[in-house]
Write a protein that binds this ligand. Structure first.
Ligand code: Z5A
Length: 235
């Protein structure tokens, strides 16, 4: 059955999609994830919001270890392996089952984070990291990746305001230069894969960012049903 949208338009959704949100510290990924889930729900589409590292009980346990900084002394490749150990469990226990049920999945971070943090920033050999990605993901990839791009100062200020007097984690404690290079790394990922990645100006107010994110999801994820939209507009 075709669900009806809030304004009574018939909305046809294609099969369940994996949407990933990427970007630096305080870019607003979690905020957009919740907003997209609400927009999908308004259209009768069930979705789950999940995150990396984490998203399944075993992956959440690994998250605790990674963010504590205990793996840092072993170097960025060891960290990448740990992020992938968590990701494999997250995919198998959470993402694939949700997609199989027909639920959309919105993940706050995914493999691009490893490319950016451990690859571009940690300087893990791209060939090595590419091999790890190919073996672990075996072709599994997000349908859409929204890269929330925000100037470093804004992102760090948001994160600091939210943190208050709480302690920084392993990655939050990196300096300004780290976060500037990270921003550049994400823009380069988007440039290399324009069919999957969409860069959004995340320095705008939350409602505007969500509007752009939703427009991107409609445009990309619903591309296959554009005729249905055209038909609906005429009804
Ligand atoms: N990591 C890695 O190295 N390798 C990997 O493979 C993976 C991850 C998967 C996970 O951190 C860390 O792991 C991450 C990378 C590394 N390190 N860092 N840094 P995390 O999950 O704890 O944190 P995060 O992913 O960086 O997210 P975040 O800091 O929680 O930020 P966010 O989700 O992007 O933002 P938010 O929570 O939606 O918003 C932050 C605040 O800003 C909050 O008070 C909002 O109300 C506010 N906000 C949000 N949007 C706006 C707008 N548009 N305007 C104004 N204020 C806003």
């Amino acid at each position: 059955m075709v669900p009806k949208g809030p304004v009574g338009r018939k909305i046809a959704m294609r099969q369940a999609c994996l949407i990933t949100l990427e970007g630096g510290e305080g870019a607003g990924k979690s905020t957009v994830a919740r907003g997209l889930q609400a927009r999908l729900a308004e259209r009768g589409v069930l979705s789950i919001v999940t995150r990396e590292p984490g998203g399944s009980p075993k992956a959440e346990a690994i998250r605790g270890i990674l963010l504590s900084g205990k793996v840092k002394p072993y170097g960025p490749f060891a960290e990448a392996i740990m992020f992938y150990a968590a990701r494999i469990d997250h995919i198998e226990k959470t993402i694939r089952p949700a997609l199989a049920r027909g639920n959309w999945v919105i993940s706050d971070r995914f493999a691009d984070s490893t490319r950016a943090y451990q690859g571009a920033l940690g300087k893990v050999d791209p060939t090595l990291l590419g091999s790890l990605e190919r073996v672990a993901l075996a072709g599994f990839r997000p349908d859409i990746t929204l890269i929330l791009d925000v100037p470093v100062e804004i992102g760090l200020a948001r994160a600091a305001a939210r943190r208050g007097s709480g302690a920084t984690d392993r990655f939050e404690s990196e300096g300004r230069g780290f976060h500037a290079r990270l921003r550049q790394a994400y823009l380069e990922i988007a440039e290399r894969e324009p069919d999957r990645c969409i860069v959004l100006d995340a320095s705008l107010p939350p409602d505007d960012v969500l509007e752009m994110a939703w427009a991107a999801v409609e445009m990309r994820a619903l591309a296959g049903v554009s005729n249905t939209f055209a038909d609906a507009a005429l009804q």
